[in-house]
Design a binder for this molecule. Structure first.
Ligand code: GUE
Length: 274
């Protein structure tokens, strides 16, 4: 990506990402800082807008509108979760479609679930996971992928991406009875529940690929995943650690999508000039 950003700079194009963070959720502060660092390292201009916990929905809509109108900005990310006085759905729909760097707008989610061709942004965590699978030549075609967790940001789009890649997909979640009976049949197991060490070694099929999306704290306040890594690693064929696994890949995907949106915006400008 660095080479791509350098080439953009040579052509007078400055990729720019705005991250808006409302409130003082400590985990969000770390994620946003990590995103900012990676952007700077690549030469992507990164603006962080921090607002207090009591920021209103109207004020947030006005801030988004300001960046929607700013032609120098290519991507807008509103960090989730938002404080309870703000409605997430309303906020996501306020982001201009051509700046929806998270791929959270219903139009982009619709394309994903339709397996539309051509480029559209996709939720960064699942996209980063697909990049990781492809890098390690783990082909989902014909494989049984089991998703644990039904969030809009990870579980649901993850299942759609894997289905589009030819996997047989099973969605499980908090209400699933006898979860282990499902996870034990997974060739590819994606765990995104936010429950520390939910998945034990006995719930994993020997040789399976295990992707741990959890960012949890154990009794000692240590950052751990949704998978009991120390035991699971002896059963799995491949497994992602926490930290240093899915988190950094999420940020990588965000940077890629910022560059994609920058290229599309630049093409649109050229067409307008023509
Ligand atoms: N609009 C929106 N888009 C997101 O993509 C989004 C979001 N909201 N809200 C929260 C989740 C979570 N997320 C992470 C990003 C980086 C790390 C990350 O850098 N993790 C490091 C360690 C972090 C630490 O030390 O706590 C690692 O796994 O190595 C984790 C999680 C993006 N998310």
């Amino acid at each position: 990506m660095k080479a791509e950003v350098d080439a953009m700079h040579e052509a007078g194009i400055e990729p720019k990402l705005v991250v808006i963070i409302v409130g003082n959720d400590p985990a969000s502060q770390i994620y946003v800082r990590n995103k900012h660092r990676k952007a700077i390292k690549l030469g992507i201009t990164s603006i962080i807008e921090r607002r207090p916990q009591d920021f209103t929905q109207a004020e947030l809509l006005a801030l988004i509108d300001q960046y929607n109108r700013d032609d120098s900005v290519h991507g807008i990310l509103v960090q989730l979760p938002l404080p309870k006085q703000i409605d997430e759905t309303t906020i996501i729909r306020a982001i201009a479609i051509e700046k929806d760097v998270d791929g959270f707008r219903p139009e982009n989610i619709g394309k994903l679930f339709n397996n539309s061709q051509g480029y559209y942004p996709v939720s960064c965590t699942p996209k980063g996971i697909m990049t990781m699978l492809s890098h390690y030549e783990i082909d989902p075609r014909g494989q049984h992928a089991v998703i644990v967790g039904d969030s809009n940001i990870v579980g649901r789009p993850m299942g759609a991406l894997l289905l589009n890649a030819g996997a047989t997909v099973t969605y499980t979640h908090i209400l699933t009875k006898d979860l282990a009976s499902f996870t034990r049949t997974a060739d590819i197991l994606i765990v995104a529940t936010g429950v520390a060490h939910l998945i034990k070694a006995a719930a994993i099929k020997p040789g399976a690929t295990v992707i741990d999306v959890g960012m949890d704290r154990d009794e000692n306040g240590k950052l751990v995943g949704d998978v009991d890594y120390d035991h699971a690693k002896d059963v799995a064929g491949a497994i992602t650690p926490v930290p240093g696994g899915v988190g950094p890949m999420t940020i990588t995907a965000l940077m890629q999508q910022t560059l994609e949106l920058t290229k599309l915006a630049t093409q649109r400008t050229l067409e307008t000039v023509k």
